[in-house]
Design a protein around this ligand. Structure first.
Ligand SMILES: [Zn+2]
Length: 300
């Protein structure tokens, strides 16, 4: 029989060891941020440096990322890495983010919108995402390049950027847990990835129109969904692509497929399309980054 003192010492030891294991437990979150799905964004007026509303919408994009970041830390995250994955990759106002995050900027990057992800992460959040180029709805529906690509398929399935990026995360065993954007991408992403949390910050009316929340309402929603996603983090499964990974790309123009067809690693499958088979999604990612960034005139 133990004395009361022995019992309380044992209880104290148990409490301290539980507490220290909670303190040392790492929870790493990766946030990939795009802009077409940011609250209120509907046309190029908001989406690039030439647009008259761009500077305001950089702030909205930054605030959405910040809302997810702060909510992640409040929900127990110990580290957050953010990738600025829209346009020039230089949209997020980095001075407005908490000091304990790091940010991936500009291009090119071997892992594209997922650069910086690895097997040490626990969950991925997509902010400001949009539908694929083959989706008949969604604000600014496109895949990687709205000017150049008409379809991007992985193992025969047309993919939104959310699907390609989920496969990259899945390669490292990391699940996607939350997405924000318009109602159409939340529907497309949950159809592909399962029951992840979705923050609908606007409702698509057409390619260039939407009914939108206000920025403050969007930030509150993103905070809420991020916390819910982290509370459920054990439920989500990584999106694993079968290997080898077959990539089919359909270009809007004729000449890219013609020229890429000269390469022995590329098969030209029709007038506008090519196929590349990679040993995994990492090879596919590098190939995609190459064909969407390479120009003979590259300097320096
Ligand atoms: Zn995008």
């Amino acid at each position: 029989m133990r004395t009361r003192l022995q019992c309380s010492v044992l209880a104290l030891i148990a409490f301290l060891s539980l507490n220290s294991s909670a303190q040392t437990k790492k929870l790493k979150i990766y946030i990939s941020a795009d802009m077409e799905g940011v609250v209120g964004a509907v046309t190029s007026d908001q989406l690039g440096p030439q647009g008259f509303e761009y500077n305001r919408f950089r702030e909205f994009m930054t605030e959405e990322v910040k809302a997810a970041t702060e909510a992640a830390f409040e929900a127990g995250a110990t580290e957050v890495v953010i990738s600025d994955s829209h346009g020039n990759g230089e949209n997020i106002l980095i001075e407005k983010l908490p000091r304990n995050v790091t940010i991936v900027r500009s291009w090119p990057r071997p892992l594209m919108m997922m650069e910086g992800i690895d097997e040490t992460f626990d969950g991925v959040i997509f902010i400001g995402y949009h539908t694929s180029t083959t989706n008949m709805s969604g604000v600014r529906a496109h895949t990687i390049s709205s000017a150049r690509l008409a379809d991007v398929r992985l193992n025969g399935t047309s993919m939104p950027e959310a699907g390609i990026n989920a496969a990259i995360a899945g390669h490292f065993g990391v699940p996607v847990i939350m997405i924000s954007g318009d109602d159409a991408i939340v529907k497309e992403a949950t159809g592909l990835l399962g029951n992840i949390e979705g923050a609908v910050v606007k409702w698509a009316i057409s390619f260039h129109a939407a009914k939108t929340l206000t920025p403050e309402a969007a930030y509150a929603l993103i905070r809420d969904k991020t916390k819910r996603a982290i509370a459920r983090i054990k439920e989500f499964k990584p999106y694993k692509l079968k290997e080898p990974a077959t990539l089919d790309v359909r270009f809007k123009a004729y000449r890219p497929s013609e020229l890429l067809g000269y390469l022995p690693i590329v098969q030209r499958t029709d007038s506008h399309s090519i196929r590349f088979v990679g040993k995994d999604i990492i090879e596919v990612s590098k190939f995609l980054e190459f064909i969407t960034n390479y120009e003979p005139s590259l300097e320096p």
